[in-house]
Design a protein around this ligand. Structure first.
Ligand SMILES: Nc1ncnc2c1ncn2[C@@H]1O[C@H](COP(=O)(O)OP(=O)(O)OP(=O)(O)O)[C@@H](O)[C@H]1O
Ligand SMILES: [Mg+2]
Length: 237
């Protein structure tokens, strides 16, 4: 099948015997070979949605249809590195020896800007560097589908811009499908083929942007208009 389909997904938790409804009636198609961005305020259910799509949790209602043969990688909101392993070993952790092509791994570490830090341990890295190790680890797995939960949130403006460009390049070269969570409207407009706005566990709006990702400019009139619309939607929340 083409992509991942979420049909009337709901999810709730119990906190001190009180039912907290987190996702409600989510209907969503995550297309193949595209970047789908989930955009929403803190606490609206973005990470929960990602965990359900990644099969880390089960929905309480509805179903998720996908091709189970796809190779999926996850970049979590927190870095989740092994403190006792250096950068190289964290990146190659979980790879079978035969899949561990040294020059490919070296290239990936270079792409995320960590060349020269292969032997460093997580406690010798900044928060942003640790997050980039997590991204490298996901890429090393050569996935066809990557789920990323606010992966660039800890990065400075320039590194973030560079990583956004690299991600676009990677997606275009390898035709990877990406489900990307952010609360930055600009980031969503820059990297998204599809932007899904979530509010209080429901899909509030969906946008499709047809312009070429490589040449996208936030100052183009249609993107400025879209930003205003999104601000309006989120502001009314
Ligand atoms: N395991 C859990 N038990 C109870 N409540 C939970 C659990 N996980 C999430 N929640 C609740 O679900 C809601 C959505 O959480 P979620 O982590 O999906 O938000 P988010 O959109 O990713 O927020 P952020 O942008 O801050 O990361 C929150 O109200 C949170 O308290
Ligand atoms: Mg989250």
């Amino acid at each position: 099948m083409a992509g991942i389909e979420l049909k009337v997904i709901s999810k709730h938790y119990y906190v001190e015997n009180r039912k907290v409804s987190v996702l409600n009636g989510i209907h969503l198609l995550i297309p193949d070979n595209r970047i789908t961005v989930i955009l929403g305020k803190s606490g609206c259910g973005k990470t929960t949605l990602l965990r359900l799509v990644g099969g880390l949790e089960k929905p309480d209602g509805g179903e998720i249809l996908f091709d189970s043969s796809r190779k999926t990688a996850f970049v979590f909101q927190e870095d989740r590195l092994m403190p006792w392993l250096n950068v190289w070993d964290n990146v190659t952790f979980g790879l079978k020896k035969q899949n561990c092509d040294e020059s490919v791994i070296r290239g990936i570490i270079q792409v995320v800007g960590l060349g020269g830090f292969e032997k460093a341990y997580p406690n010798q890295l900044s928060g942003g560097m640790k997050q980039r190790v997590s991204i490298a680890r996901a890429l090393a797995y050569s996935p066809s589908f990557i789920m990323m939960d606010e992966p660039f949130a800890a990065l400075d403006y320039f590194t973030r811009e560079q990583m956004q460009r690299e991600l676009i390049q990677l997606q275009q070269t390898h035709g990877i499908s990406i489900l990307f969570v952010t609360h930055s409207i600009d980031e969503a407009l820059l990297i998204g083929h599809k932007i899904v706005i979530i509010e209080e566990g429901r899909i509030k709006s969906e946008f499709t942007i047809d312009t070429d990702l490589i040449h996208r400019d936030l100052l183009d009139a249609p993107l400025i208009r879209m930003k205003k619309t999104i601000l309006d939607i989120l502001g009314k929340g």
